[in-house]
Design a binder for this molecule. Sequence first.
Ligand code: SF4
Length: 295
Amino acid sequence: MLELPIVEAKEERRKKPEWLRVKLPIGPQFKKVRSLVDEYNLHTICQSGSCPNMGECWGAGTATFMILGNTCTRSCSFCAVKTGRPPEYDEDEPRRVAEAIALMGVKHAVITSVNRDERQDRGSEIWYQTVKLVKEQTPHVTIETLIPDVRATWEALERMISAGQEVVSHNMETVEELYRKVRPQARYARSLEQIQRTKTYGKRTKSGIMVGLGETIDQVYKTMDDLVAHGCDVLTIGQYLQPTKMHLDVAEYIHPDVFKMYEEIGLQKGFDMVESGPLVRSSYHAEKHVFPSTP
Ligand code: SF4
């Protein structure tokens, strides 16, 4: 086999491979979602996070709304959402989200938010009102809430997850060894505890990690073990993509076979479901994660 010099081999691993090519955003459903987002003055993580799946998800008439504004108090080095001091609460946002979800006509909705560390309640009141209104207006719609790190403010966690949502996710994002580089204001053990506490409320729990940031396979397995030990039911694993040149470099494009292996190992380790693939994001195909898999 031809051996490449180390620098070239590194470059080779960083070239964007063909399996990351995505569909162009087109079609009437895409336009409908875009006009709802604009008309209701909402934010989506699909746009703010430069998600590669917008063509597919919006084309199928779905999107992930991002509440509590579009300015985050954190500055994670992988994330494209802007950092700064967010404005005051937008008290009308829950109503607009609930109406937009009703008009989208979906069976399942995913809602996420920025971090609001400057607020004592961590944004939990707006979270509660949003989920409550969606449930009132569209009781048949199942809801996944992808919540931020509440910094161990456990009363905020309780409020955030008590409005009737079916699934509560909190993303670990990466392995413990890369936390300082990738997620400097978060703590690995604290995020695990948040998931464990969520489980005690009887919620279906979910978490996600990105790979290709320089982690080892053993570190991924250790993260899986930790998540299972803390009561996590569903795991998503996807390729990290650099949103802009200002963000962390991709260390490696992980081959689809490795994603497949992660899926198999994750199921063996005890997750009920594992969604693993280069383009997987935590809200990708989320409707499949609402109920436990039946053997
Ligand atoms: S995977 Fe999630 S964030 Fe990406 S486009 Fe689909 S719904 Fe939006």
